[in-house]
Design a protein around this ligand. Structure first.
Ligand SMILES: C[S@@+](CC[C@H](N)C(=O)[O-])C[C@H]1O[C@@H](n2cnc3c(N)ncnc32)[C@H](O)[C@@H]1O
Length: 408
């Protein structure tokens, strides 16, 4: 893996959340009704037909005590590779200006601040959190007041109540080093058909990036790892490329997305980050999982360098976009990156940038042993493959986690 695995929130966050809940008069972590509120909120998040039912006090309580601490590591996970390559950084001299769009309770900017701090960052993130939900912003402000620091990173927060459409029409003054859009697109324009929705979101995000990002600033979008939401992000990627944004990560190429060819595929992360122990009882009672962290993300900018530009090994750089597929006598992996297969038929579902590669167990050797440990999201350099796209005993494979050159 490139960059640092995000850390779940520390145990003392349970006190922070409890104090904020008391201050804003919401049921807290120890309230026996909380798992019920969390379970209802999960139904709203997972079912588009229930959208728009958000906004009650019970749902805000569930968001504060469960979804906020659950979601903070997502943006940290999305930022980790750009931080490792120095594309996202913080300095002591000037604050990093962050626009958090659809900020809710602030999980996205908190995740970014934590990822910067974990990587040794020292300085201030100056956040403007925008949302059309005034109550959510009030809770975000209370959290930032109670916890104004992550490691050596200060979190300075201002909030503004506005809708996404208003923000795009009238962007805030000054430019931002980072625009975060955390799990908001899922909530927008669900009445439109998918093609119109992609065009609208691409138009809005490209306009916001043009008007509000610094020339080398980064637009970082996170979505839930649900199939339709992730596929929307993948379609948006193509529409944003047409609007001259560059894709920094996770993709290592700017060609056709291999995972859009088949309806059953979707590109997402699955990191080994569990819920903090203080949340696990709530998750269990609410019937939700507490193991693993899944999300989809896309990092864009008008300027390179992209993640692939900072990888010092090559020539073939690939990202695993499936888990390791183990069957009798072989292991396989779907990878995405540099074309591995020469000419492919136009109707090939994976297209030129995707391939299902493998290694027979009997071909396992010291040079390709890394294959055993690969998983979704890993970035590798591959030796030559045979005509069945398999690694032979002499074909090396290298994990590129240590092959990232810093661009700063
Ligand atoms: C699921 S929450 C995500 C919160 C946070 N960004 C995160 O990553 O966890 C979605 C947020 O988007 C906000 N939102 C939804 N539609 C919006 C709109 N049209 N304009 C502004 N904010 C909106 C909601 O109020 C909510 O706070």
């Amino acid at each position: 893996m490139i960059g640092l695995l995000p850390e779940p929130l520390e145990p003392d966050w349970a006190n922070v959340l409890a104090e904020v809940a008391r201050e804003v008069r919401l049921p807290g972590l120890d309230d026996p009704r909380l798992p019920g509120h969390v379970s209802k909120m999960a139904a709203v998040y997972n079912d588009d037909r229930l959208r728009g039912l958000g906004g009650s006090r019970e749902q805000l309580a569930a968001r504060l005590s469960f979804w906020f601490p659950r979601d903070v590591p997502k943006m940290a996970g999305a930022a980790r590779e750009l931080i490792a390559m120095g594309r996202l950084r913080i300095g002591q001299a000037t604050a990093l200006r962050v626009l958090d769009v659809g900020a809710g309770l602030g999980a996205s900017h908190r995740g970014l601040a934590r990822a910067l701090a974990a990587a040794g960052g020292l300085g201030t993130v100056d956040v403007l959190a925008v949302d059309d939900d005034r109550d959510a912003l009030r809770v975000a402000a209370a959290i930032a007041k109670k916890r104004p620091r992550e490691g050596a990173v200060d979190v300075r927060l201002k909030t503004e109540e506005a809708s996404f459409v208003e923000l795009v029409k009238r962007p805030p003054r000054g430019r931002f080093g980072v625009i975060l859009v955390g799990q908001m697109l899922s909530e927008l324009d669900l009445e439109l058909d998918e093609a119109a929705r992609v065009e609208l979101h691409a138009e809005q995000l490209a306009a916001l990036a043009r008007e509000a990002l610094e020339p080398d600033g980064v637009l970082l979008i996170v979505e839930p790892a649900l199939r339709p939401r992730s596929r929307h992000l993948q379609r948006l990627r193509a529409a944003l490329l047409q609007r001259r944004l560059r894709v920094l990560a996770p993709c290592l190429h700017e060609g056709r997305c291999p995972l859009l060819g088949r309806d059953t595929d979707w590109c997402h992360e699955d990191l080994a980050v569990d819920l903090p122990p203080f949340l696990q009882p709530v998750a269990k009672k609410a019937g939700l999982r507490w193991e693993g962290l899944t999300f989809s993300y896309l990092a864009l900018s008008s300027k390179p360098p992209r993640l692939v530009d900072s990888l010092t090994a090559g020539p073939d750089r690939e990202r695993a976009v499936s888990a390791l597929l183990v069957s009798k006598g072989k292991r396989e992996l779907v990878v995405c990156g540099d074309p591995l297969r020469g000419d492919v038929a136009g109707d090939d579902p994976l297209g030129p940038h995707g391939a299902r590669i493998g290694r027979l167990d009997r071909a396992r050797s010291e040079v390709n042993a890394v294959f055993d440990d690969l998983g979704r999201g890993d970035v590798v350099s591959l030796g030559p493959l045979d005509e069945k796209l398999r690694l032979g005993p002499d074909a090396p494979i290298e994990h590129l986690s240590a092959r990232v050159a810093r661009v700063d």
